[in-house]
Design a protein around this ligand. Structure first.
Ligand SMILES: [Ca+2]
Ligand SMILES: [Ca+2]
Ligand SMILES: [Ca+2]
Length: 455
């Protein structure tokens, strides 16, 4: 395993219009939940309704699941977190029409039941929500409380409640006035709220914004730029198994859910608030400097977030000294052992299997220090830290216009012994000469001491 996927199992609940098996999801779609029974879809375990409502398609949840977890194989697309299990929860199951308009009979209590099922029954680590709830008569307090329960009571580990990570799309609204408000429940405290930027980093005009924004992720307009899975065959948006035009904040949210899954796969002991805070702090700032209502903390940065989930990588000087330089790994997930490794010119002089090790060098040049965490879920290789070994300097230098190989030279002075100190900066060339008046004779050798500048 690389550092990008630690192998600890992670379960993501997708609350949407259902998810079903797909050739590019392996066997990773679990039994889920459908809070509202419908005659058209008697399934109660989160499968999509087999009938499309007039004028639209059932398959939104399937698209989200593909972004989160499509398998890395030769088929279709690659999801962000290709080994997660998906719990499908269908809250758009029971539709009806009035004068040609489509309505859903699910109410706030069904949504509460959906959220409670996700963290409590399915023990999901993450709940991905690419939907908003705009019924003004709904009992929004009950939904907010359910989200609070997920965040505070979910993910039981021993006697701890680490909390379930709750991610929502910020909402889509083309009205320049209406998009100034993040939609409910994306505006509930502790929710990770995700808006939409285009592939050039500009906010999409439809992306709802406000002071509860957290992150943005790249997605499409209409037609969209995001390719994902589609319900197989004639079901879903298109006749095939993949869809090129998924878009909106709906396609941004599952990217963040997938990245949160990668973080928990390398460090399953992170709390909900730690995941949220790492995602915020590692985001690439966009728009006006610092947090802003449009981009939140900025564009989600998967690499930085996953690396931070394992403590941020290897810390230490960029120069290794001959007498030893210390490297550390901090805030580690629980591990069985640490195996330090290194490249040319270097050796691990002490601290193997410890979170602090000392590396020494025998030569000079660009090289690296690495570390592998052996955990109960598998090995995590941290990215190599590039360092410069400042061992015995070698290479060419010039003395009085004559080139010498530093490591082999003996040179001779006349008269009394001269102590000479040469300050050597790694990777820089240098030349030096003797003071005028010093005569050089064969047969009188001295040792030349090199003082290494090790930072
Ligand atoms: Ca694939
Ligand atoms: Ca299809
Ligand atoms: Ca900003």
């Amino acid at each position: 395993m690389g550092y990008y996927y630690g192998g600890c199992p992670v379960t993501v609940a997708v609350i949407d219009d259902g998810v079903e098996d797909h050739e590019d999801l392996g066997n990773r779609v679990l039994q889920g939940f459908t809070p509202q029974f419908s005659l058209a879809n008697p399934d109660t375990q989160g499968a999509p309704n087999q009938n499309d409502p007039p004028g639209s398609h059932v398959g939104h949840g399937q698209c989200c699941a593909g972004i989160i977890g499509a398998t890395h194989n030769s088929l279709g697309v690659r999801g962000v977190a290709p080994e997660v299990d998906i719990v499908p929860i269908n809250i758009f199951n029971d539709w009806f029409t009035v004068l040609g308009e489509v309505y859903y009979s699910e109410d706030a209590q069904d949504i509460v039941n959906a959220i409670d099922f996700a963290w409590d029954d399915a023990e999901a680590d993450i709940i991905s929500n690419s939907w908003n709830y705009i019924d003004p008569s709904a009992n929004n307090d009950a939904v907010s409380l359910a989200i609070g329960r997920a965040r505070t009571q979910g993910r039981i580990q021993g006697t701890n409640h680490l909390g379930c990570v709750v991610v929502f799309s910020s909402g889509n609204d083309l009205s320049p006035y209406n998009h100034l408000t993040v939609r409910f429940p994306a505006n509930v405290d502790g929710v990770i709220t995700v808006g939409a930027i285009d592939k050039n980093g500009n906010i999409w005009d439809y992306s709802c914004r406000g002071n509860s924004m957290d992150l943005v992720a790249p997605t499409g307009g209409s037609p969209g730029d995001v390719r994902t899975i589609d319900r197989e065959g004639s079901d879903g948006y298109v006749s095939g198994n993949y869809y090129d035009n998924f878009n909106g904040t709906s396609a941004a949210c599952p990217q963040v859910s997938g990245i949160a899954a990668l973080m928990l796969s390398v460090n399953p002991s992170l709390t909900e608030s730690e995941v949220r805070s790492i995602l915020q702090q590692t985001a690439t700032d966009m728009g006006t400097s610092g947090f802003d209502n449009t981009y939140g903390y900025g564009r989600v940065n998967a690499y930085a977030a996953v690396l931070e989930a394992v403590g941020g990588g290897i810390f230490g000087s960029s120069t290794v000294c001959p007498n030893g330089t210390t490297f550390t790994i901090e805030n580690l997930p629980s591990y069985d052992s640490i195996i330090w490794s290194c490249g040319s010119y270097l050796y691990i002089s002490s601290g193997q299997n410890d979170s602090i090790c000392t590396v020494s060098c025998t030569g000079e040049g660009s090289t690296w220090v690495g570390a592998r965490l052996v955990t109960e879920c598998g090995d995590i290789d941290l990215p190599h830290k590039t360092v410069h070994a400042s061992g015995w300097p070698y290479g060419s230098w010039t003395q009085n216009g004559t080139s010498h190989t530093l490591n082999t030279v003996n040179f001779v002075l006349s008269g009394s012994q001269v102590n000479t100190t040469v300050f050597y900066t790694p990777a820089s060339s240098f030349s030096w000469s003797l003071q005028s008046g010093s005569g050089i004779h064969h047969g009188a050798s001295i040792a030349l001491r090199w003082q290494l500048i090790c930072i």
